[in-house]
Design a protein around this ligand. Structure first.
Ligand code: ADP
Ligand code: MG
Length: 697
């Protein structure tokens, strides 16, 4: 039996540990830094570092690492041991405040979008005391931010922290207008629901496409897919439930609130969701969780696939970003209120979010753009590439009434004039019906559903926080001077909703008619990474980020370049892997099978001219023709990869070419390959089939 309360956080240098192990003045000083962002002085850092090291050694650690989130999309770590030579051939274990506060990874090969090339060759990592250090696999992990020497941020965490500062400041201004002067800080909270696939390790090892790219680049459909929906919430297989149990234990030991687990729609697909927490912790926890999931899977001879679309023809994996705003006094600002004043406050925040999502729909789309997610957005399994908001029937009716200046009368609910009566208490069942919406209100939070499964959730939260902060700032500017607050706030809510109601859509987002309707409404529909990312540098977006001090123009441009570069690189690796598989495995395999058929036909003929050989000759002819097409297509792809190389100096054209030409060639090549797989004896086919992978655990 596991003692969960005892296990929980046992690998974390958390508040309890600090209280126990740090001298009181040091603990108080550190708390001040954590809570109010005050700078930390070196003597405090030295004392914290010493306590951390002693604790880590007790946990079996010999090394420490500054753990950071560069623009590669995965976390980075470089391990240093605690040893310090003593001159007499002996060593002691030491760790100083300086080493805790600042690290200098030789990080010149992390993507920087040209920032470090033009400024300074190296970057440094800086301790983020708001996220606890933890002990894992013999190393003390210290969450850090990553910057260049001239101060440009090169990671995802720093802008996230900046965006949280911004939204806090502006939300507090608004709350003070409502008389809530005891509120000094707000936090955005996030609970990410994480989808993933589990497949057998031996099968994974037999597929170069999974090894190099995380997804299958070839593979004919299995006779059975997800059409029966018999996997969704179905009973969990033993090996999988053993994996889940072990995963929970590990996650709990790192202080992650792992809570819900179930099977998903596709065969071999599952989901895990932790209980929500402050956004920067939720981000760190989700990054750590993805890492732990992969390691725990190995223990059970499984591989955990976090790619957005490992298998064609069955659902891909996403991640739902449940987002809300809470005050330091414990109030959830997205929970409809219990009295008229709170209703007005709720509606003002709601109006701000509606405006933010409408004005920065392109940035929200960009924030979830990745080569893997391109396979999902717009396919009938994930929200489309068009952003819209779902409010639920009741709230939609409230919003309509406000817009039209009429009274709202809910079903069996009290009549409501805005701010006069009590808003209905939105129950989950009335708000969660529309699973197709990319941005849905679910009773006390919004659920952003466009994220891909492998995404670092910092990106969409940076955009959300910053965009909402900007609108709250505009609202606060307008309302702070108001002589008649009660009247003006209502006018502002009505005006804002009226101006931005095109973003609200309660219908079926998967319906083809929605695409036309959205176009009529002027909503953007950015279908691919290069198309979406091209809008990063639009004037209004640059203005948003620079004025809110979340990104400088250089930092933003760096991100634009890195996104396009990563995209092109990824497709390039996929294309090269396909060519390798085609030439080294698939063509030889089909050729051998054709030879076997030919030998069979010839020996039949030798035996007697009477024995029919139609089956063999038909198959030989058709497979031989397909082999020629396949090899021609591979040739075309190879030639286009050379052409792509010539565009490298124009990053946008380069990425566009990968999207419009290379990717299209790859799909054509795959179609012929999958067709040949269907006609080839399984003994000859070089890879495990879809059926074996999806139903083999
Ligand atoms: P569903 O699948 O119906 O969306 P889940 O229980 O799987 O529901 O996931 C809901 C997620 O939303 C959980 O991670 C939960 O902690 C999170 N959540 C609940 N309240 C909030 C909130 N106020 N802020 C952020 N996330 C929240
Ligand atoms: Mg959900």
């Amino acid at each position: 039996m596991v003692n969960v309360p005892e296990l929980f956080g046992s690998n974390v240098f958390n508040d309890d540990v600090m209280k126990e192990r740090l001298p009181k003045p040091v603990y108080t000083a550190l708390k001040k830094t954590i809570q109010d962002g005050e700078a930390i002085d070196l003597s405090v850092a030295n004392s914290v570092a010493h306590a951390m090291k002693e604790w880590a050694i007790e946990k079996g650690c010999t090394h420490y690492t500054h753990w950071f989130q560069p623009l590669t999309g995965v976390t980075a770590e470089k391990h240093d041991s605690f040893i310090t030579p003593q001159g007499d051939g002996e060593v002691i274990m030491s760790f100083s405040g300086k080493e805790l506060i600042k690290g200098e990874p030789d990080a010149s090969s992390f993507p920087s979008g040209g920032i470090r090339a033009t400024f300074e060759a190296r970057g440094y990592t800086a301790w983020d005391p708001t996220s606890y250090a933890f002990a894992k696999d013999g190393t003390l992990y210290i969450p850090t931010a990553f910057c260049s020497y001239t101060g440009e941020v090169l990671d995802k965490k720093t802008p996230l922290l900046r965006s949280m500062e911004r939204i806090s400041k502006e939300a507090v201004r608004i709350l003070h207008l409502f008389g809530k002067t005891d509120v000094t800080r707000i936090m955005t909270t996030v609970g990410p629901e994480q989808e993933y696939f589990l497949i057998d390790k031996d099968m994974y090892d037999a597929r170069p496409d999974l090894i190099y790219t995380g997804r299958t680049l070839f593979g004919a459909k299995a006779p059975k897919g997800q059409e029966l929906d018999d996997h969704y919430f179905g009973s969990i297989k033993t090996r999988v439930s053993q994996f889940m149990a072990e995963l929970d234990k590990e996650l709990w030991s790192y202080g992650i609130y792992a809570k819900t687990k179930h099977n998903e729609v596709a065969p071999s697909q599952h989901e895990i969701a932790p209980i929500f927490t402050t956004t920067n912790l939720a981000v760190d926890h989700n990054e750590l969780m993805m890492d732990v999931m992969q390691k725990v899977a190995e223990k059970f001879d499984l591989v955990c696939l976090l790619h957005e679309k490992p298998f064609a023809g069955v659902n891909g994996s996403g991640k739902h970003n449940n987002w809300s705003i809470s005050t330091n006094t414990g109030e959830n600002l997205l929970k409809p209120g219990k009295n008229p004043a709170e209703n007005t406050q709720f509606l003002l925040f709601l109006a701000a979010i509606i405006k933010a999502v409408d004005e920065y729909q392109d940035l929200l789309r960009i924030s979830v753009a990745s080569a893997g997610n391109d396979h999902r957005l717009g396919a009938n399994e994930a929200p489309p590439a068009i952003i819209s908001m779902f409010l639920g029937d009741e709230l939609e009716a409230v919003v309509k009434a406000i817009e039209e200046g009429t009274e709202y009368e809910g079903k069996g609910k009290k009549q409501m004039q805005m701010g006069v009566d009590v808003l209905p208490d939105f129950k989950k069942d009335t708000t969660d019906r529309n699973r197709t919406s990319p941005f849905a209100f679910t009773g006390n939070r919004f659920e952003f559903r466009m994220l891909g499964s492998s995404l670092n959730i910092a990106s969409p939260n940076i955009v959300l926080n910053t965009a909402v902060a900007e609108i709250l700032k505009q609202f606060a500017d307008e309302l702070e001077g108001s002589a008649n607050f009660d009247e003006d706030v209502k006018k502002l809510i009505a005006k804002t909703i009226k101006a931005h109601d095109r973003i609200i859509f309660n219908g079926n987002n998967y319906a083809p008619e929605w695409v036309d309707e959205a176009e009529k409404r002027g909503l953007s529909n950015l279908k691919s990474v290069p198309q979406a990312v091209a809008h990063y540098m639009d004037e209004k977006n640059v203005k948003l980020f620079t004025e809110n001090n979340v990104f400088s123009e250089e930092e933003l441009h760096a991100r634009y370049e890195v996104d396009l570069e990563n995209y092109a690189k990824l497709i390039n690796i996929e294309a090269l892997t396909m060519l390798d598989m085609a030439k080294k495995d698939i063509i030889p395999a089909v050729t051998s099978y054709v030879k076997e058929l030919t030998d069979t036909a010839l020996s039949k003929k030798e035996l007697s001219a009477e024995i029919p050989v139609e089956l063999e000759t038909n198959l030989i002819t058709s497979l031989s023709q397909k082999l020629v097409c396949f090899s021609n297509k591979a040739e075309e792809l190879a030639n286009n990869l050379i052409k792509a190389g010539e565009l490298e100096n124009d990053i946008q054209a380069y990425a566009d070419f990968y999207c419009d030409t290379i990717f299209v060639n790859m799909q054509e090549l795959r179609a012929i390959g999958d067709d040949m797989e269907t006609d080839t004896a399984s003994d000859y086919w070089p890879y495990p089939s879809y059926g074996e992978m999806l139903f083999g655990v």
